[in-house]
Ligand binder design. Structure first.
Ligand code: SAH
Length: 378
């Protein structure tokens, strides 16, 4: 653990970007901040000031890799809508829609069921003004009513179908380190030379009952994700509907530091370029499922992204696209499908998992088994 300087650390000599200078100033004035607050401040700045996606950005996501991803989710939503008893109107929500690519592809695929499409009101939960603009452009021709909101709570009540792809990994987490005193919260402070460094709260957090296997173990608690999943589940349980949550992650509980920073498609030190790199953590789906159950919803899965997309017919859709494609386009389609479904370290097929939350009456969610076994465990 790095040492932490008090309020008098010199910051004026640092060559830093404007955000980093303000962050250092805040820490110099207030003292060390939690990792959660550090992530939150960095991510707000990061997403508010750029489009991070694509080859020229910092990272790429499944809908940006292939149109098939959003199309299959659109078909999933249409099937879900029929299972829900064809409610009209029906809200279609997306949390953190990026460039709006997933939603545009989903709405195009939804044309197979015109009654579904005409029942829809689309709500985009997005805090970044830059990405809201991209979404507006991507969805300009969609022909469905569109609204933007900062929070799920602002979406009018009623049955809803919800997508969240690579959203929960972008929410801040609390981190605790096991010490002889107990679990102490991990902080970010300033070293005497003015550089950011990790540190620890001196007082242990008494409410945590997890037993560490060794000293120095890190425990992540995704308090923001738990709150969002709880709000979402509460809404689904009272108004009806289902949500599809897709992210890279695992089924915990588990220990370990999964905080990572990515800048221009490369891993960097999470404290190195605050607000300029994408900060994420691996999603522990058990917390999302638990938040769902605690709010009287049900959960389904998780399954791997590969199993989910294969179950929804990714191969069939790829074959039909290839019939109308040039040889080089057909090759690109094959590569994209491979990237989305490949197992092992390289691909997204196994690293990414899919979990659904739903109204308790919805026993069948396309592509996902009911999480009964784990229900009992939580
Ligand atoms: N789902 C998209 C983009 C993923 S990037 C895709 O798959 O391509 C994360 C998205 O979440 C961005 O749109 C970002 O602006 C948004 N976001 C991050 N934190 C948010 C928050 N607290 N509230 C709402 N949106 C947020």
């Amino acid at each position: 653990m790095g040492c932490i300087a008090g309020p008098h650390a010199a910051i004026s000599t640092l060559r830093v970007n404007g955000f980093e200078a303000r962050l250092s100033e805040l820490i110099a004035l207030e003292g060390p901040i939690t990792v959660e607050r550090y992530m939150s401040l960095c991510l707000q700045h990061y997403y508010a000031t750029r489009d991070p996606l694509g080859a020229r950005g910092d990272f790429t996501t499944a809908p940006e890799i292939s149109q098939i991803f959003g199309e299959l989710l659109g078909l999933w939503a249409a099937e879900m809508w029929m299972i829900m008893g064809r409610p009209s109107p029906c809200h279609l929500l997306e949390l953190g829609p990026g460039r709006g690519t997933l939603m545009a592809d989903a709405l195009r695929a939804a044309k197979v069921l015109p009654e579904f499409r005409s029942a829809l009101h689309v709500h985009l939960i997005e805090t970044s003004p830059v990405l809201r603009e991209s979404q507006r452009t991507a969805l300009a021709e969609s022909g469905v009513p569109l609204s933007w909101h900062n929070r799920i709570e602002d979406v009018p009540s009623g049955p809803a179908i919800v997508f969240a792809n690579e959203f929960f990994d972008a929410l801040p987490v609390r981190q605790y380190v096991s010490t002889e005193r107990g679990w102490c919260e991990r902080l970010v402070g300033l070293r005497a030379d003015g550089h950011l460094a990790f540190g620890l709260n001196a007082e242990p957090e008494k409410t945590l009952s997890q037993s560490p296997q060794r000293l120095g173990e890190i425990l992540e608690i995704p308090t923001a994700s738990i709150a969002v999943a709880g709000t979402l589940a509460h809404r689904l349980a009272s108004d009806g509907g289902a949500a599809l949550l897709i992210d890279y992650g695992y089924w915990g509980p588990a220990f370990g530091d999964t905080l990572q920073a990515v800048h221009r498609h490369k891993f960097v030190d999470p404290l190195q370029e605050p607000g300029e790199a994408d900060l994420t953590t691996h999603v522990d789906f058990h917390w999302l499922a638990k938040a769902g159950i605690d709010s009287k919803a049900h959960f389904h899965g998780p399954v791997t992204q590969a199993a989910f997309l294969e179950g929804l017919g990714i191969e069939t859709r790829a074959r039909s696209l290839k019939q109308r494609a040039s040889p080089s386009q057909a090759h690109d389609i094959d590569l994209a499908v491979q990237r989305l479904t490949e197992r092992g370290e390289k691909g997204m097929g196994e690293l990414f998992k899919v979990l659904a939350l739903s109204h308790p009456d919805l026993e069948a969610v396309p592509g996902l088994p009911m999480g009964r076994f784990q229900n009992a465990e939580l």
